[in-house]
Design a protein around this ligand. Sequence first.
Ligand SMILES: NC(=O)C1=CN([C@@H]2O[C@H](COP(=O)(O)OP(=O)(O)OC[C@H]3O[C@@H](n4cnc5c(N)ncnc54)[C@H](O)[C@@H]3O)[C@@H](O)[C@H]2O)C=CC1
Ligand SMILES: O=C(O)[C@H]1O[C@H](OP(=O)(O)OP(=O)(O)OC[C@H]2O[C@@H](n3ccc(=O)[nH]c3=O)[C@H](O)[C@@H]2O)[C@H](O)[C@@H](O)[C@@H]1O
Length: 468
Amino acid sequence: MTETRIKHIACIGAGYVGGPTMAVIAQKCPDIKVTVVDISRERIAEWNDSNLDNLPIYEPGLKEVVAEARGRNLFFCTDVEGAIREADMIFISVNTPTKTYGVGKGMAADLKYVELCARQIANVATGNKIVVEKSTLPVRTAQSIRTILDAESNGLQFQVLSNPEFLAEGTAVSDLLNPDRVLIGGSEEEGGQAAVRALVEIYARWVDRSKILTTNIWSSELSKLTANAFLAQRVSSINAISALCEKSGADVDEIARAIGMDSRIGPKFLKASVGFGGSCFQKDILNLVYIARSYGLTEVADYWEQVISMNDYQKRRFAENIVNRLFNTVSGKKIAIMGWAFKKDTNDTRESAAIYVADYLLNEQAELWVYDPKVKAERVYADLDYLNTRGEDENRKLVKVVRDPYEAMQGAHAVAVLTEWDEFKAYDWQRVYDDMKKPAFLFDGRNILDRNKVKALGFEFEAIGYRS
Ligand SMILES: NC(=O)C1=CN([C@@H]2O[C@H](COP(=O)(O)OP(=O)(O)OC[C@H]3O[C@@H](n4cnc5c(N)ncnc54)[C@H](O)[C@@H]3O)[C@@H](O)[C@H]2O)C=CC1
Ligand SMILES: O=C(O)[C@H]1O[C@H](OP(=O)(O)OP(=O)(O)OC[C@H]2O[C@@H](n3ccc(=O)[nH]c3=O)[C@H](O)[C@@H]2O)[C@H](O)[C@@H](O)[C@@H]1O
């Protein structure tokens, strides 16, 4: 049995997954050279910035890991071909967004970036390679990658593995250092199994072997979509109950505690909210729905699609409630949007509920003042422009992005908390109340504020799944 010892890893895609994942591999395997490549010059320049506060991604603990490994055995560059040529193992960690054109538009995963990588690897490689799917992909994509590689291989041997990533943003570094499990799928032939072993040996440097799970390649691919679907389903389930709580007088946080103590249900991922966001839950469920439909499994597709419908309902319900409570009009009224990121401790805003709530309020001609501790103004405007609901000038006229939270809330008719940033809990809410128009409305879309305290200050207070 020949064992492959990996000396050089390349990763195509220096994004939220490629960057942190490779930084941790490099930190834990100082004898392996890790090169992360990207077509975006700007992103690579940010990864190489001598000021670690300018890394393109904000993640607690990330800059320390990068500081240790960068320049030693971790490199960021735009020379994709050079990195492919040098590497024994190549991770594909490019984006797989929902298709915006053609067959499967709005549902299927767009695999054009992944296919491009496969073709580039096949064209450039001069030796055998292990290709690792790190991106989240539809089940059976490994087959297509294999076919492309083999068709262009010039006699070289390629092995394709699936190694989906389960990190969550905001906790990426600790998730990578201490994962619940690492999943590796490979083909059952000896070559495939040798490739699996080579990847297992890398993770085994810091992950207990009992947590490194090896499966067949299709199970690995489908496990990733399934995990995200189950997680999102829990959020939609508790959010569905939150609507019922608001009507009935039950309290959704009390329900979450009560059901979470059942060890079969478990306490995590039961926090009712304004709706889940992030680049993956919606995209991956839409993809799952598309796959199920393409196999003719209509009931399966309809079942999972409901998770998305419930999430859309939750975002809309929250925005509608703001308008209703503000005497059915927000036209010309200042509303503070506290938090733009899709969750705390990240600067990522993709699919953030805040974007959709803001868009709804802008349609009602509200004047929005946005504050987020980590999101830049350009990002806020880009997110709104991307929706194409109104002109770019109008977005800039109606939305102000400020760096001081109190400035955002001063003189506002309402404050809406849309991200669960810890600093929001520590604000001087008395000062906020004093500086607002009365009645002063406070909508907590994350249930993080102390209800009794803010109500005692005089706020008209609304939370998710709780009737004031
Ligand atoms: N963001 C997350 O927390 C997680 C994401 N995933 C999956 O990982 C994959 C990547 O996601 P992110 O890192 O968030 O995406 P991202 O958009 O942050 O990064 C992808 C990078 O790939 C680069 N790229 C695209 N095509 C390229 C090419 N041909 N050559 C070189 N670079 C290229 C882009 O310029 C971009 O910088 C997706 O499939 C996603 O579903 C999985 C787990 C967690
Ligand atoms: O494939 C991916 O991209 C990743 O997607 C999620 O990670 P992420 O989206 O970064 O963050 P989560 O913590 O899962 O939160 C997703 C959304 O659900 C919301 N959420 C989460 C939990 C909860 O109880 N309530 C709730 O509203 C969050 O605020 C956020 O908007 C999964 O948790 C990761 O395992 C997965 O790797």
